[in-house]
Design a protein around this ligand. Structure first.
Ligand code: KG4
Ligand code: ZN
Length: 345
């Protein structure tokens, strides 16, 4: 099976062709990504209408670049992100995919973006040496700009939501704290770079909801604590280094995420742990999670996407599309609509 994957849920236009191999793994044939990060940076965040316009500009030349014949020959399935995401942005990919499916007479799958992030650890051809896949049940910590969720994956396509954020997502917290420190969007990469030279013990920020019995998160209080700390320092004319604030904030987020994940491991006894979504690019989070799991649960395998696949991409969308197509979970191109609040569970 050869799948065309399409992703336009936020600020990356992405197309990919992925093929299923005889052993059931997937090979990336081609993948393209047009990032709009620089376009949105000057607005301090993603502007949905601007994102949609940029997707339109990028997507047609990208399709040409993939070199698919005009009648779609050689493509078996089209998979497109249908939600969650920004409506104007999602619509471009969805309508584009619907037209292709209609003209080429190909099956169409509407993919949940979050499921895509989970499946980013099922890509084998980037790091063949790490080619081992999660066994079920798998516990997934999904951390992105819009979501922070603990999901128990019992099998392909079978999910149970066991924890979620009650307010800001982890990525959103990174973005907001970067803004407070006077930096642009996206904040995650900026904060993690600054944190490398900061002292994480210089300030003790709260570890939100770390003591609560449930598996939920809350990050808005942490952002407020950073704001308060900065205001106090300004009053005392004692501006701590921004590096220290970044390092102390990052440590608080990482410790909270790792602690709750360990609590979920204890409760659900999974065979593997998956860390995915944009925030899984954070080295401190990747390393802490791996080291603690290895020490406390050496029998549980740990899976994290290759750094090139932590952010939005169409490879993960194509792989999810393949899994759904195998079960004949396809949609009528006339009825598929972009759903900004699409639920995985
Ligand atoms: O998954 P993603 O690319 O888009 C969504 O689906 O939301 O995630 C984007 C988020 C942004 O909030 C960004 O600041 C964060 O991922 N991020 C990071 C890092 N790289 C990206 N957060 C922390 N550390 C990073 N290195
Ligand atoms: Zn994403």
């Amino acid at each position: 099976m050869r799948i065309l994957g399409i992703e336009t849920s936020c600020d990356e236009t992405a197309l990919a062709i992925v093929s299923e191999k005889n052993d059931g793994t997937f090979e990336i044939e081609k993948h393209l990504l047009a990032s709009q990060v620089l376009v949105h940076a000057k607005f301090g965040g993603v502007v949905p209408e601007v994102a949609a316009r940029e997707h339109v500009i990028a997507i047609f030349p990208m399709l040409d670049q993939l070199g698919i014949s005009k009648d779609g020959k050689g493509i078996d399935v089209i998979a497109v992100t249908a939600g969650p995401g920004l409506v104007p942005a999602l619509r471009i990919g969805v309508e584009f995919a619907k037209v292709l499916a209609w003209i080429w007479k190909k099956p169409l799958v509407g993919v949940n973006h979050l499921e895509g992030h989970i499946y980013s650890v099922w890509v084998n051809s980037i790091t063949p040496s790490l080619c081992h896949f999660p066994n079920f049940p798998a516990l997934c910590l999904l951390v992105s700009g819009g979501h922070t969720e603990l999901i128990l994956m019992k099998d392909h396509g079978a999910y149970e939501l066991i924890g979620m954020t009650r307010d800001d997502a982890a990525g959103e917290a990174f973005d907001k704290v970067a803004k407070l420190l006077g930096f642009g969007y996206p904040g995650g990469p900026i904060i993690s770079k600054l944190a490398e030279t900061g002292n994480p013990d210089a300030i003790l920020f709260p570890r939100p909801m770390i003591e609560s019995d449930d598996l939920d998160f809350s990050f808005s209080g942490l952002k407020t604590a950073v704001k308060r700390e900065m205001a106090e320092m300004a009053q005392k004319a004692d501006m701590a280094k921004r590096e220290d604030i970044a390092a102390a904030f990052q440590t608080a987020v990482v410790e909270t995420l790792v602690t709750k994940t360990l609590r979920a491991v204890e409760k659900y006894q999974p065979k593997s742990v998956i860390l995915s979504g944009g925030v899984s690019a954070n080295k401190s989070l990747r390393n802490s999670m791996e080291q603690i799991l290895q020490k406390q649960y050496p029998k549980i395998s740990f899976h994290v996407p290759d750094l090139s696949l932590t952010g939005d991409n169409a490879i993960m969308i194509a792989i999810v599309g393949a899994h759904h197509a195998m079960k004949n979970e396809v949609v009528d191109p006339l009825t598929l609509v972009a759903d900004p609040n699409m639920k995985l569970i």
